[in-house]
Design a protein around this ligand. Sequence first.
Ligand SMILES: [Zn+2]
Length: 196
Amino acid sequence: MTTHDPLARLIGELQRLPGIGPKTATRLAHHLLKAKEEAARGLAEAIVEVKRTLTHCTTCNSITAVDPCATCTDPQRDRSRICVVEEPFNIQAIERTGEFHGLYHALGGTLSPQRGVGPDQLAIDGLIERLEGVEEVILATNPNVEGEATALFLARVLRPRGVKVSRLAFGLPIGGDIEYIDEVTLARSLSGRRSL
Ligand SMILES: [Zn+2]
């Protein structure tokens, strides 16, 4: 196969994106083929622009146009608390709550022996280097197997360094009904109960 097939190339590139299988890649490629040239060009340019203008903050690993990022340099933020998340985009979710005023640290993934991701592939050393003056590290990794394993690993690494380590509480969804909550969530809500 030496002939260059632009459509096959586009399908191949799309398929490398997370959550995109061969069928979706093919559908998206044909959609782009039918779309107006400006629309396709707009998408291509947006991709090139984020790669050209955005980078990772060398302190917290978030996505930023300036390094260090605006959060890391904001004098109003509480520097005694660091909230650890898996991916930079998780920071926005915590920020939207308006409940956290400390600093962040994005790991860039989770530990996963199956996928060959060990501690060296995550921004863990960078987190340890930031502990001076920090009283609490809040582990906000996802409540799934890999997120839990990562949180447990971090807790083991961080506690001997004299910092308080906490984990997000896993609770019942607001407006939920105990009757219909799965037992894992209900068990976690019980063990994470608080006094009133
Ligand atoms: Zn930063």
